[in-house]
Design a binder for this molecule. Structure first.
Ligand SMILES: [Zn+2]
Length: 694
C-alpha cells in the first residue's frame, strides 16, 4: 500500500500569470549586519504583456514599502504584507515599457540570513547570505517570484567597509568611502529571481581560471587551504561539463562561497554558488572523502536550472534530476564507471525507501501544497536514475547530442518535461513519449521483476523468464523496459550482450547461445530502476562474483551468495575479499562474510583488516566484524583499530561502532576514550557514542 503524495483536495499549482515581462532587476541596497536589516531600491524594468495594464502585482513579504514610482512618476500602491499591488498612473498598452522603482526596507526572517558569533559559538564568523529557492527572494526584495520570470540582474550593495559582498556575474565597481564599502555586480544573462544572490563576509579568496574564465573560491579568512582542497577539481569539472553538455560554461565567472549555518548543502545561484562551510575538508578527511558530488551538482545547475529553467516547480526534476545525474557523469569521468555506479545504488535506496515508507508520485506533478514538498527523493534520485536509463536506451552519443540540442534550443528559456522529450526526438528521430509517460509524466512507481533462467545443453538455448510483479493500479503501470542479457560462454573472455525488451506482464525469451553460459546477467550494471528477484544457479553467481565485467554485477553476486550461505558462497566471498580489483566489491564481500558469521569468515576478515590498503574497503571490513557479537577475536581486531587509530577518520569511526556492536567487555572503556578525539564533522565521537549505545 503506497500513500498518495498530495492531500485530498490539493489544487493543481501552475505558474502564475504575468502582466509584464520583467527584463532587468536592479537592486541598490544597504545591508546592515548589526541591525540585521536591509534597505534600498528595487528597480524592475520590463515590457507590458497584458493589454490595458492598470495594475501590477509583485511579491514582497514582510517588507516595508516606502515609495513606488512607475516610469518616473509616483504611483499609488497597496501592500498587505505579502503582495504589493501597484496602480499605474495611466493604463499601459501591450509592448509599452515600464520601469517600477520601489523603495523598501526590512529585517527579513527568511531569504536573507544574518549569522554571527553567539555564546555557544564565539568564533562563528559574521556573515550575511541569501537563499531564494524556492519562493523566498520575496522576503528580501520585491519581485515577481516565480521561475517563469527571467531577467538580467544587477546588485549594488553597501556593507561595512571591512566586509566583502559577492553577487551574480561580474564585479563592475568596488568603492570604499569612510566606513562603508559599495560593490556593484552585474549579470547580463537572464535568470529567475530565486537565483539572485548575496553573500557578505570577511572572506579569504582563492583565484584560479578555467580556459579564460575566472574561477574564484571565497571562504572565512584563515581557511583558504581547506577551501582549495575541497574545491580543487572545479576547473576539471567545468571542462568536462562544457564538453559533455555541448554548451560551454555560459557565464563570465564562476564563484563558490562557503558560509556558516547554511540551510542546505549548496545552492546554485547563477555564477555564484553558495556552499555550507561544514563540508570544508581537512587533510586527513581528504584521504577517503570528497564533496565532488556536491560541487559537480551545483556546477551542473549552471546549465540545468540556471541557463535552462523549469517553468514551474512541478517540473523541478529538470533542474534536480540533471544536477544529480551530473554527479554520476563527473564520477564516471574522474574515477571510472564502477565508482560512479555505486552512486546509482545509493540513489535507488533513497528512492525505494521513500516509495515504500512515505508515498508514490509522478516525478512531474502539479499537485503539491508547497514547492519544498516536491524536493524529495523522487525529484533528485529517481530523476537522476531516469536520465541514466534514458542514456542507455539511446546510447551515449545520441544522449549527449540531444542534451546539447536541448540546452541550445532552450538557452535562457523555460522548460517542461515534454520539451526534453521533444529534444531527444529532434536529434534521434525516436519518439520517447512512452518513456517519459511511464517514468515522468503519467506513471509512478517502478517495476518489480522476477527473473529466472535455465539452459538446455541439448539445444544450447537459454530460457529467460521475466515477470513484472508490481501491482498495476493507480498510476503504477506495466512498464516497457528495453535492456539486455549479458552472457559469458565457457571460458571465453568476452561478454556476449543480447538486447531484450520487456513489454508484457510475463515474458519468456529463448536465446540461442554458442555453449553453456558461465555468466548470465540480466540488465548488466543494474541500469533499470527496478526491484528484482533473480533466480539462477549458484555456480553462475560464483562465476559472476569472480569475473563479471562491471563491479556492480560482481557486488550483486556477492550479495546473492551471502544470502544463500554455505561453503561455496563463503569460498567465493573470501576470494573476492582478497582479490577483487575494485575496493567496493571487496567491501561487499566483507559484508557478505559478516552475514555468514562463521569462524573461518571471521578469521578472513580479521586478517584482511590488517592488510587492506583501501580505507573505504577497511570501513566495510570493520563494519562486517561488528556482526560477530560476543566474539573475542573480532572484538580484539576492532579494539586494536580503536586504540591505535587509523589513517582514516571514517575507518576509526566505523571500528568504534562495530566494537560497540560486538558488546566486548573492554568496549565501553575504549569508546569513552575515543569519544574525546577531534575529527572531521565529529564522525569519530558520534560513532563512539552510537557504539556505546549498542
Ligand atoms: Zn540541486
Amino acid at each position: 500500500m503506497t500513500r498518495e503524495f498530495a492531500f485530498p483536495g490539493t489544487r493543481a499549482r501552475y505558474a502564475p500569470d504575468r502582466v509584464i515581462d520583467i527584463e532587468h532587476i536592479a537592486l541598490a541596497i544597504e545591508v546592515d549586519p548589526a541591525k540585521r536589516a536591509v534597505a534600498g531600491t528595487a528597480t524592475l524594468r520590463g515590457m507590458v504583456i497584458a493589454p490595458q495594464t492598470k495594475t501590477v502585482e509583485l511579491d514582497a513579504v514582510e517588507l516595508t514599502i516606502d515609495k513606488v514610482a512607475a516610469n518616473g512618476k509616483p504611483a499609488t500602491f497597496r501592500h498587505d504584507g505579502k503582495k504589493l499591488r501597484v496602480e499605474l498612473p495611466s493604463p499601459l498598452a501591450t509592448g509599452a515599457e515600464l520601469t517600477l522603482a520601489i523603495d523598501y526596507k526590512g529585517a527579513p526572517r527568511r531569504g536573507l540570513y544574518f549569522v554571527g558569533p553567539d555564546e555557544g559559538y564565539p568564533d562563528k564568523p559574521s556573515q550575511v547570505w541569501t537563499q531564494g529557492q524556492d519562493e523566498d527572494s520575496r522576503y528580501w526584495f520585491p519581485c515577481f517570484d516565480a521561475p517563469i520570470e527571467k531577467a538580467t540582474s544587477e546588485v549594488t550593495v553597501t556593507v561595512p567597509a571591512n566586509l566583502f559582498a559577492l553577487s551574480n556575474g561580474v564585479l563592475v565597481s568596488d568603492k570604499t568611502s569612510g566606513n562603508k564599502r559599495t560593490l556593484h555586480w552585474r549579470l547580463d544573462v537572464p535568470h529567475s529571481c530565486y537565483l539572485v544572490t548575496l553573500a557578505v563576509g570577511d572572506f579569504g579568496t582563492i583565484e584560479t581560471t578555467w580556459r579564460d574564465t575566472p574561477v574564484v573560491y571565497y571562504v572565512e579568512r584563515g581557511r583558504e587551504a581547506e577551501a582549495e582542497r575541497t574545491l580543487e577539481r572545479t576547473p576539471q569539472m567545468l571542462e568536462l561539463f562544457s564538453n559533455k553538455f555541448g554548451v560551454p560554461y555560459p557565464y563570465p565567472r564562476y564563484a563558490q562561497v562557503f558560509v556558516a549555518d547554511f540551510i542546505f548543502g549548496g545552492m546554485e545561484n547563477t555564477s555564484a554558488t553558495t556552499l555550507t562551510d561544514t563540508v570544508l575538508i581537512d587533510e586527513r578527511a581528504a584521504i577517503d572523502y570528497d564533496i565532488d558530488a556536491l560541487v559537480a551538482h551545483e556546477l551542473a545547475h549552471q546549465w540545468f536550472g540556471d541557463l535552462v529553467t523549469c517553468r514551474d516547480w512541478g517540473e523541478g526534476w529538470l533542474n534536480e534530476g540533471f544536477a544529480t545525474y551530473a554527479e554520476y557523469i563527473w564520477r564516471e569521468h574522474h574515477e571510472g564507471r564502477d565508482a560512479a555506479d555505486l552512486e546509482l545504488e545509493e540513489w535507488a535506496d533513497s528512492y525505494f525507501g521513500e516509495d515504500a515508507n512515505r508515498y508514490r508520485r509522478t516525478i512531474a506533478t502539479k499537485l503539491f501544497d508547497e514547492p519544498i514538498d516536491i524536493f524529495d527523493h523522487h525529484l533528485y534520485e529517481k530523476g537522476g536514475r531516469v536520465l541514466h536509463m534514458l542514456r542507455h536506451v539511446l546510447g551515449d552519443e545520441l544522449f549527449f547530442k540531444s542534451l546539447a540540442h536541448y540546452l541550445g534550443k532552450h538557452r535562457h528559456g523555460l522548460v517542461e518535461s515534454r520539451d526534453l522529450a521533444r529534444a531527444f526526438e529532434d536529434v534521434t528521430g525516436k519518439v520517447v513519449d512512452w518513456f517519459f509517460s511511464q517514468w515522468v509524466i503519467d506513471g509512478a512507481g517502478h517495476p518489480e521483476l522476477d527473473v529466472s533462467m535455465r539452459f538446455d545443453p541439448d539445444t544450447s538455448i537459454a530460457t529467460i523468464t521475466i515477470e513484472q510483479t508490481q501491482k498495476v493500479e493507480g498510476r503504477t503501470p506495466l512498464f516497457r523496459l528495453p535492456t539486455k542479457m549479458r552472457f559469458r560462454i565457457g571460458d571465453k573472455p568476452d561478454d556476449v550482450d543480447v538486447p531484450i525488451e520487456i513489454v508484457e506482464q510475463k515474458q519468456v525469451f529463448h536465446i540461442k547461445l554458442e555453449g553453456e553460459p558461465t555468466q548470465a546477467i540480466f540488465d548488466p550494471g543494474r541500469v533499470l530502476l527496478a526491484a528484482r528477484r533473480i533466480d539462477k544457479p549458484e555456480s553462475v553467481w560464483v562465476a559472476e562474483l569472480a569475473g563479471a565485467t562491471l563491479a556492480l554485477d560482481r557486488a550483486a553476486a556477492a550479495q546473492a551468495l551471502a544470502k544463500r550461505g554455505g561453503p561455496n558462497a563463503e569460498q567465493a566471498l573470501s576470494a573476492a575479499l582478497e582479490k577483487d580489483k575494485f575496493w567496493a566489491v571487496r567491501g561487499t564481500a566483507a559484508q557478505g562474510l559478516g552475514m555468514l558469521r562463521t569462524e573461518t569468515a571471521r578469521d578472513r576478515l580479521v586478517r584482511r583488516l590488517k592488510v587492506e590498503v583501501n580505507p573505504r574497503a577497511r570501513r566495510s571490513i570493520a563494519r562486517a566484524l561488528g556482526e560477530f557479537v560476543h566474539d573475542q577475536a573480532a572484538a580484539a581486531a576492532l579494539a586494536s583499530v580503536v586504540e591505535k587509530g587509523d589513517a582514516s577518520y571514517f575507518v576509526e569511526a566505523e571500528a568504534c561502532l562495530a566494537l560497540g556492536r560486538t558488546r566486548a567487555s573492554r568496549a565501553s572503556e575504549l569508546l569513552r576514550h575515543a569519544a574525546t578525539r577531534e575529527s572531521f564533522t565529529d564522525v569519530i565521537r558520534q560513532h563512539a557514542y552510537r557504539g556505546l549505545a549498542e
